[in-house]
Design a protein around this ligand. Structure first.
Ligand SMILES: Cc1cc2nc3c(=O)[nH]c(=O)nc-3n(C[C@H](O)[C@H](O)[C@H](O)COP(=O)(O)OP(=O)(O)OC[C@H]3O[C@@H](n4cnc5c(N)ncnc54)[C@H](O)[C@@H]3O)c2cc1C
Length: 439
């Protein structure tokens, strides 16, 4: 038996990406050593030196070779190269593995679907995607998920759901779905590392990723004063000044919502015209008149300053009278403004993770969200393709909450069970023919 290479992970405290890195190696059954650099200057220096000057954790090494942070490790895993380095690459066997039910996504929707599907003996395989555990792993406190009067940390809630799903026999595996072929039964599911599976039924629970700006400080302070969810995190910054970035409905709604907690909400938009509906513009104007909201037009956030320990210290903006100031940094009319705020909320939209469904019969709206049957009665999570269901934020662009995602995950598993019990799953049939007897 070949010896396992030595895996080392430098971590720090309260670091969701360090946790993801450890979970990844745990899921592969690979042992590793961890070095916690928090409060240990020597260890921190050692990490920086070994990681070619990088100062972020995690930093992963395999047999002394620098793999990098979570994104690098994840990318290497997706390409299959990580397994090769670890000596655990699977040589292709006899054709693709067949599953009764594949779930894309291990967020709240996917894991709830897995709990229900496992209890219905549908042997679900959950593919985790590149954000194992989903969006909730990015937040420290969840205070509105029923059943936890004292609140619960996002990662802990997700871990408990994973444990619950596995207890009933669900399999949770690393893998990113790159393509679904629905032209014949069973459906063909291709992963980004080239692996192929076939599935009788498929639940798309791949969520929607909040868009971010990519400015310095944003990543480091995400969950520590920078947030993409005002409903979730607004209450943590009571009586502080807050910034909301954006100019559409979501930004206006969030600014309006945050006035419950904030001293003043500053709505920052890069130009003068807003995309928000008149309803929201009027509503926000009332709050502007009352002195609760101040609109800062023609301005862009360029950096967030602060620390994990103390949260956001201040935000740096640039302004130009004609808008889009970050494109005009050399213009003498562009000014830099520092704003002393306690929180920054990004409301610049979400991108649904549905690229892998393009080319299938699953209908997507113009933003890429999955269209499901909806309404009342059974079958609400059905898509246009029999046996493919949608659940959670990848469908629901409006509510986008953990509890609503859980509800849809449950519905999708029940709809899939109904389908698996009644449909003619004959292999090789065109999907539409096999569907004829579904209803
Ligand atoms: C910072 C923050 C704080 C929040 N706080 C709260 C809160 O306090 N309360 C609350 O109710 N809600 C909160 N939310 C919202 C909540 O997290 C979401 O509504 C919920 O996570 C949606 O669950 P989901 O399973 O639909 O999607 P997600 O959580 O987005 O999970 C999607 C999953 O799909 C996977 N995936 C993506 N693409 C693929 C692919 N191609 N193949 C396979 N898998 C894929 C991802 O890796 C991930 O595992 C918060 C959101 C954020 C960002």
């Amino acid at each position: 038996m070949s010896e396992q290479p030595r895996v080392e992970i430098y971590t720090k405290e309260d670091c969701p990406y360090c946790r993801k890195a450890k979970d990844l190696f745990d899921s592969k059954g690979v042992d590793y050593e961890t070095y916690n650099v928090t409060g240990d200057d020597d260890l921190f220096e050692e990490m920086v030196e070994r990681a070619d000057g990088r100062k972020t954790a995690p930093e992963v090494f395999v047999d002394d070779e620098l793999i990098g942070g979570w994104d690098d490790t994840q990318a290497l895993d997706e390409s299959g190269e990580l397994d090769e380095k670890l000596g655990i690459a699977d040589d292709a066997g006899d054709g693709p593995e067949h599953r009764r039910l594949v779930v894309s996504g291990s967020g709240i929707a996917g894991l709830t679907a897995a709990i229900y599907a496992a209890r219905s003996n549908n042997d679900p395989l959950v593919l985790q995607g590149d954000e194992p555990g989903g969006q909730l792993t990015l937040t420290t406190d969840v205070e509105n998920y029923p059943g936890f009067p004292e609140g619960i940390s996002g990662p802990e809630l997700v871990d408990q759901m994973k444990e619950q799903a596995e207890r009933f026999g669900a399999e949770i595996r690393n893998g990113v779905v790159a393509d679904v072929d629905d032209s014949a039964r069973p459906y063909r599911v291709e992963l980004s590392n080239g692996d192929v599976l076939t599935a009788d039924a498929f639940i798309a629970a791949s969520g929607a990723s909040a868009r971010t700006l990519g400015v310095p400080g944003e990543d480091e302070l995400m969950g520590y004063g920078v947030s993409t969810c005002a409903t979730c995190d607004g209450a943590f910054f009571r009586d502080e000044d807050m910034i909301v970035v954006g100019g559409g409905d979501a930004a206006f709604e969030e600014a309006d919502f945050l006035t419950k907690f904030a001293d003043t909400v500053y709505l920052v938009h890069r130009r003068e015209n807003f995309r928000a509906e008149d309803y929201w513009v009027d509503r926000v104007q009332e709050k502007v008149d009352a002195g609760d909201i101040e609109i800062i037009e023609n301005a862009e956030l360029v950096e967030v300053h602060g620390s994990v320990e103390d949260g956001v210290d201040y935000a740096e903006l640039v302004r130009h009278p004609e808008g889009y100031p970050s494109e005009k940094l050399d213009d003498p009319e562009t000014e830099t403004v520092e704003m002393d705020v306690g929180a920054v909320f990004l409301a610049i939209g979400h991108t649904p993770n549905t690229e892998y469904l393009e080319g299938t019969g699953v209908e997507l709206d113009e933003a890429g969200y999955i269209k499901t049957e909806g309404g009342t009665g059974g079958g609400q999570t059905k898509t246009g393709v029999p046996g493919i269901f949608g659940a959670g934020d990848v469908v629901d662009f409006h509510y986008q909450q953990a509890v609503t995602a859980a509800g849809m995950g449950c519905k999708a598993a029940l709809d899939a069970d109904d389908y698996l019990e009644t449909a003619d799953l004959g292999a090789g049939q065109p999907a539409t023919e096999a569907a004829a007897g579904d209803d």
